[in-house]
Ligand binder design. Structure first.
Ligand code: HEC
Ligand code: HEC
Length: 202
C-alpha cells in the first residue's frame, strides 16, 4: 500500500468511528459561538492556556487553533465528568453550553501550524498516528486534536489515561491499549519536539 492510500484508509476509518460516536449529530446551532464573547471569557483560561491558546504551564495543552467541535466536546466532557482533571473539572463546572461555544469559537479562530525540528524528517514520523494527527502534529481529521508542541508529559499522560480507561474514546482507547510505556514515550517525544506556532486571527 502506498503512503497516500494508507492515509486515506485511516481517515476513512476515523470517519466511520466518528460517525458512530454521534459527532455528526452535534446540532448546528450548538456550533455557533461568538468569538468576541469567548475572548472575554478566556480571561479565566489565560494563566494556563494563554489568551491565544499557547499553554503557559507544562501540564496544560495548547488549545489555540483546535477544531471548535473538539474544544466543545472536551469542555462538555469535563463538565459532565466523563473526562476528569482536578483543574479542568472545576473550571468547566461553571460553563453553560453558550459559554462553551463562545470559548470554542475564540480559541478555534486562531491558526496552528508546525514545523519539524532540525534532524527530523517526515519519513521518521509514527505511521500509526499520522493519518489523524499529521506528521507534524497538526490534525488531518476534524475530530482529532493537534499534538504539535504539547509537552511530552501531557501526551504521555493522555495516552496512559486512554490505556487505563480513565479517558475513553472509541479510537484512542483501542490504539493506546496496544502501546507499552516505552513506545508511548517515543510517540510523545516525536510530537513534543515539533515547533508549534499559533497565529491569532486579526
Ligand atoms: C489552572 C489551570 C487551568 C485553567 C485556568 C484552565 N485550564 Fe484547561 N486545562 C488545564 C489542564 C492541566 C488540562 C489538561 C487536563 C488533562 O490532563 O486531562 C486542560 C485541558 C483543557 C482542554 C482539553 C484540551 C485537549 O487537547 O484535550 C480544553 C479544551 C481546555 N482545557 C479549555 C480551557 C478553557 C476554555 C479554560 C477557561 C474557561 C480553561 N481550560 C482553563 C488547565 C487549566
Ligand atoms: C483514526 C484516527 C486516529 C489515529 C490513527 C490516532 N489518533 Fe489520537 N486521537 C484521535 C481522536 C479522534 C482524538 C480525540 C479523542 C477525544 O475526543 O477524547 C485523539 C486524541 C489523542 C490524544 C489526546 C490529545 C489531547 O489534546 O488531549 C493523544 C495524546 C493522541 N490522540 C495520540 C495519538 C498517538 C500517539 C497515535 C498513534 C499511536 C494516535 N493518537 C493515533 C484520533 C486518532
Amino acid at each position: 500500500m502506498t503512503k497516500r492510500m494508507r492515509l486515506a484508509s485511516l481517515i476513512g476509518l476515523g470517519g466511520v468511528f466518528l460517525a458512530q460516536m454521534g459527532f455528526a449529530e452535534v446540532p448546528a446551532e450548538a456550533l455557533t459561538g461568538d468569538a468576541a464573547a469567548g475572548k472575554k471569557l478566556a480571561g479565566q483560561c489565560r494563566t494556563c492556556h494563554g489568551i491565544d491558546g499557547f499553554a503557559k504551564i507544562p501540564i496544560a495543552p495548547h488549545i489555540g487553533g483546535e477544531n471548535p467541535a473538539y474544544i466543545m466536546h472536551q469542555l462538555t466532557a469535563f463538565r459532565e465528568g466523563t473526562r476528569e482533571h482536578e483543574m479542568m473539572t472545576v473550571v468547566a463546572k461553571g460553563l453553560s453550553d453558550q459559554k462553551i461555544a463562545d470559548l470554542a469559537a475564540w480559541y478555534s479562530s486562531h491558526t496552528a501550524s508546525s514545523t519539524l525540528p532540525a534532524g527530523k524528517t517526515e519519513d521518521m514520523a509514527p505511521e500509526d498516528c499520522t493519518g489523524c494527527h499529521g506528521v507534524n502534529g497538526i490534525a488531518e481529521v476534524p475530530d482529532a486534536p493537534n499534538l504539535a508542541g504539547e509537552t511530552a508529559i501531557y501526551i504521555d499522560t493522555q495516552l496512559k489515561a486512554f490505556r487505563l480507561g480513565k479517558r475513553k474514546h472509541e479510537i484512542m482507547s483501542v490504539i493506546a491499549a496496544d502501546l507499552d510505556d516505552a513506545r508511548m514515550r517515543e510517540l510523545a517525544d516525536w510530537y513534543a519536539a515539533m515547533k508549534l506556532t499559533i497565529t491569532v486571527a486579526p
